[in-house]
Write a protein that binds this ligand. Structure first.
Ligand SMILES: NC(=O)c1ccc[n+]([C@@H]2O[C@H](COP(=O)([O-])OP(=O)(O)OC[C@H]3O[C@@H](n4cnc5c(N)ncnc54)[C@H](OP(=O)(O)O)[C@@H]3O)[C@@H](O)[C@H]2O)c1
Length: 314
């Protein structure tokens, strides 16, 4: 156990980061958690580093002694005018620090979607991948669509809609195809990359076993959760107004909701499945993933995401 390497997890306080840290600990790794706030008690093999990727000075010693890092950071809560520039600067600062520390590998969780007409959010996620790939280390990029798990921003938006809206506007965007994936499978793939050397320097699409439209995802979620919604065709839809409502009535910040809602027209399905050969994961069906997430919420064990306000909304 003691000879397992120290692994840096940026975004360790987030929806994915918290779960990944727990998984790495369970596998005997020594996670170093980087975030702008303390993630967990520095005990039992966990080390905390308080640093801001937008402040290069704070990264000076953060990567010392690290060979492999996970990149799980985004700035969507900065709002639509600022997030892409912030995410670009954060990635560039990270690359400079990683090259100084002579990192060998970086594993980045990005978004799916083809290159044409992407939303600002997805375009920014892909740009971060390109910046990381230019670094003097091997970057693995895993590209996912909506991740199903308690506290995940996209999942919480879906849950908000079926829980609070008796009538849901039947937008053309609800017919867009998506390939959601259970958070446990995402964590399995992320952790699995450490032992699958063939993943170093490569990009992979990751998805669950079904391709569904957003409307089907909402309908299945409602069924599993015991809600009933009507769908009403509407020519008028304000992503801005809906995002304000989500910010007020759900754990997801309105800035994050707006960026995600604007991606509703982007098809997000896997174009290849090569990672399944390298890291065998038993893929969890959508309805089961939803049930697991709802059970976790019911039990009050939401993974608190930095882009959500769970603390103020118990
Ligand atoms: N959730 C999904 O459905 C989904 C789907 C596809 C891909 N992804 C990707 O998965 C990755 C992780 O997403 P997530 O859902 O876990 O997000 P999240 O819960 O919102 O967490 C974001 C993390 O970024 C950190 N962060 C933001 N700005 C930072 C800065 N300047 N310096 C240091 N840390 C900073 C936050 O830490 P502090 O605020 O504590 O500092 C937080 O830990 C992202 O790359 C995202 O694009 C997510």
């Amino acid at each position: 156990m003691a000879d397992k390497p120290k692994i840096l997890v940026t975004g360790a306080s987030g929806f994915i980061g918290r779960r990944l840290v727990a998984r790495l600990l369970a596998e005997g790794y020594l996670p170093r958690c980087l975030s702008r706030r303390k993630v967990a008690a520095s005990s039992g093999g966990v080390e905390n580093v308080i640093a801001d990727l937008l402040d290069p000075d704070s990264l000076r010693d953060a990567l010392d002694g690290i060979e492999t890092a996970y990149y799980l950071v985004h700035s969507l809560d900065a709002g639509e005018k600022d997030f892409a520039a912030r995410d670009r600067a954060a990635a560039e600062n990270f690359v400079a620090a990683a090259e100084r520390a002579k990192l060998r590998r970086v594993i980045y969780l990005s978004g799916l979607g083809a290159h044409e007409e992407l939303s600002d959010h997805l375009r920014s996620r892909h740009e971060v991948g390109e910046i990381l790939r230019r670094g003097n280390f091997a970057t693995t990029v895993l590209r996912a669509a909506v991740i199903i798990g308690a506290g995940g921003s996209s999942f919480e938006i879906l849950r908000f809609l079926v829980r609070t809206q008796p009538v849901i506007p039947d937008l053309p965007g609800l017919r867009t195809r998506c390939q959601p994936i259970a958070v446990d499978n995402v964590i399995g793939y992320l952790a699995g990359c450490l032992n699958a050397e063939a993943t170093a320097g490569a990009t992979f699409d990751i998805g669950g076993p079904e391709i569904l439209s957003y409307r089907e995802m909402l309908e299945h979620l409602a069924q599993v959760a015991g809600h009933v919604n009507l769908y009403f065709p509407t020519p008028v839809f304000s992503a801005w107004l809906t995002s304000r409502l989500i910010g007020l009535l759900s754990p997801v910040k309105s800035e994050v909701a707006l960026a995600l809602l604007k991606g509703l027209n982007n098809e997000v399905v896997c174009r290849e499945n090569r990672l399944r050969e390298l890291i065998p994961e038993s893929l969890i069906p959508y309805d089961r993933a939803v049930a697991l997430a709802l059970e976790e919420i019911q039990a009050g064990r939401e993974a608190r995401s930095s882009s959500t306000n769970f603390q103020s909304r118990p």
